[in-house]
Design a protein around this ligand. Sequence first.
Ligand code: XUL
Length: 540
Amino acid sequence: MAIYMGLDSSTQSLTAVVIRVDGENREVLDQRSIRFDEDLASYGCQNGVLAHSDPLVAHSNPLMWAEALDRLFDVLSREGKVSLGDIQAIAGSGQQHGSVYLNSRAAARLSSLDPAVPLVGQLQDIFSRQTSPIWMDSSTAGECELITAAVGGDFELASLTGSKAFERFTGPQIRKFHAEDPQGYEATDRIHLVSSFMASLLAGAHAPLDPGDGAGMNLMNLSGKDWAPSALEATAPGLAEKLPAIEESCSVVGPLSNFWVERYGCSREARVICWSGDNPCSLVGVGLVKPGRLAISLGTSDTLFGYLPEPRVDPAMEGHTFGAPTGDYMSLICFKNGSLAREKICNGAGLDWAGFSAALRDTPPGNGGAIMLPWFEPEITPNVQDPGVRRYGLEETDGPANVRAVVEAQMMAMAIHSRWMGVTPESIYATGGAACNKEILQIMAQVFDADVYQFEVGNSAALGAALRAYHADDKAAGGSISWEEVIAGFAQPVAESRISPDPELVALYKDLKPVYEACEEHALGRGEDPRQKIEAFVQR
Ligand code: XUL
């Protein structure tokens, strides 16, 4: 019998999923979260983000993530549902793209943490930048342009790194830091991703990062899975010396450091496995270890992703190719206006989530041609720098119609912008917080003309991390377990949860998608007034 822990350091919380594997007997022993806004309110974050006068800037506090880790172990050890001493390996998942800047004191400090004292107080002076830009930041349009020009264009950068330059990607963020605070950059000894920072706290030493998360930086050569010198050069001087090593997802970072052993009774033999990004971990957590299916994660960000055997470039260059924890690749598109947009509409209509579902049930599919572009925040897909909700044939005051409009918009945008992946899925695996809402999944099924399934463990990123810990631990012990064996009994959809599309409504959304696309083009200043198209849809 063996116990593994998966951690997910996400935008709004830190979650642990602990699993037990005993031959064919497999079970989730515990799931626990520390929520940043509520449980660590003194950091003053809202939805995990620090307030800033520039709406394009989104930073968080890396000390808050470290304190959450200490707190989570504390809660788990006090509750006693899991014997922390039995954990054999820990892997993790981090919100992608976010970066942590450490000075030359960090290495020695990490290796000598005092288990008698809380973690956070011991880390105060190891940062060369006090806050961390995260994936919601879109303040680096200028840096993206400069990096793109230096590397030879969008297509060159996308072919090299898996994505054209994106504002939230780590490379443009590093370039901005170097330009705005050259001394701070100079004082930086190591730039971590959220994933490798958290792994470093567990291992008590600078941890490497994996090709899943490395691909979200605009700095890694996707096919060689190593740093790309031309991209590094285009970003900031001396960058190669400041970056962690890139190692396979299944690499062992080291044993758990003395801090966790002494403070919480963890085993000295417990292995810390390389962390990855939340989306690569989710790929494993929903069992996408071969092609043909897609998953949609409805979280702070909404993402749509699938397994890829070989890298592929989105011709429109809105999407990304990342490394997958299996050693292969994954395709992904990301929407910033996910759960927070649903929440804003829900609150704006004066509803709770039951009321939100009721509004979806009580309004007509297609919304009588009323369309919303829910760009509360600057949007990633498509690229919208000038935020603001756009409405066509929709009154802001009509609560229920706005509820339907936001969900239909999110589903149609995902369907339209994922066409480059070339997958016509028969099934979609739904995960993330909002995947418990059957009414939302019903619209997903009609828009994609696919069966939609739910999972028992909603947090696929933390579960995927736990499964990665199991896989890597087996490999480190000389085993050769297959990914199918790893995920069996854990990452399978709940058969009874299947939601099938209604052919009549599939036809309706087939007609509505071009109308939505026309509204998007119009709002982006690239297309004509869509009113005629809306009229024609309503007539039909
Ligand atoms: C993916 C992305 C988000 C973050 C936060 O590219 O930006 O999904 O990983 O979840």
